[in-house]
Design a protein. Sequence first.
Length: 381
Amino acid sequence: MEDKQMLMIPGPTPVPERVLLAMAKCPTGHRSGEFSKIMAEVTAKLQWLHQTKNDVLILTVSGTGAMEAGIINFLNKGDRVLVGNNGKFGERWAQMSRVFGLNVTEIKAESGKPLDTEAFRAELEADTQKHIKAVIITHSETSTGVLNDLPTINSYVKAHGESLIIVDAVTSLGAINIPVDEWGLDIVASGSQKGYMIPPGLGFVCVSPKAWEAYKTATLPRFYLDLEPYRKSASKDTTPFTPPVNLIFALQAALQMMEREGLENIFARHQRLTQAIRAGIKALGLPLFAPDHAASTAVTSVIPTQIDAEEIRSTMKKRYDIAIAGGQDELKGKIFRIGHLGFVCDRDILAAISALDGTLHALGYEGADYGAGVAATAKIL
Ligand SMILES: *Cc1c(COP(=O)(O)O)cnc(C)c1O
């Protein structure tokens, strides 16, 4: 059926009608008083969302652009950095850091497992000369559905004292509690098409005073992503370059919805949906890729038995018009991933699990009785 697609991938995520309608307006001039008012409102609400008094700057980039801004503004060629790598996005941090000439020590974990916090502690404690300039990690590793233990790793960074903590929060911001000020996170990158409930096109970087200190001596080349002009402009409720005005309208509408729901409720909803989907998949007899104690609240990865992951994915699409994600790189065909962040509710989870159940049985799966998944999911919801 036309126009009945349901998006259950970890970004882009579904967009509420209210947000879509906010975008369907003639753009205003970005130097107008009217637009400045909107900028002031979204900037304040972004700080609310990040639970911070730090600057939260809006860039016209995808999430990766926000990550890049987080590197080039605060570090120098040759700087020693520790990069956590347990999946595709951790790998991206490592690649990016090398491109900019940083001296990278990777702390790796097997795909599907969380980063070993002790490895960070050991490296940071051994660094008595304080050569480590930054610890760079992905909070929710979207490629595997693993949530890394940011609070613990960050506590070792704080004990070290000198190092910055740089976080890819692209699929954790708005899906799980990240109190930026309470934890003292220096740089937090995120993107609009994930927990924000708006289409792709905006990146966000949250910058601490300690990071701004590092900015003063950072010499990597930068122009469009030089954050100082963004800070200066934001303090006057404007932007250095032409922003995607209609996406800012969307951001305004989405942040208003988030504020009405409340942070606690947003986090609790993601937690509940995650538990419900995991219970459903377990009841279907399928192994989960990420362990319960390190489960992302944004995306759940499944290693199907008996049936190929790509076959499940294409059948879900064909029979039910539900888009789920596959595995990336070496995980292609081995896992599938169900996104459940942003504008997602109980009904979506019930629909996804029952469609998965139908898909598996249509493909001859014999690992569970028909309906077992829905029963377990419904029980939690
Ligand atoms: C989506 C995502 C990104 C950003 O990807 P873009 O395609 O550049 O928006 C970065 N990190 C994680 C963990 C993601 O899920």
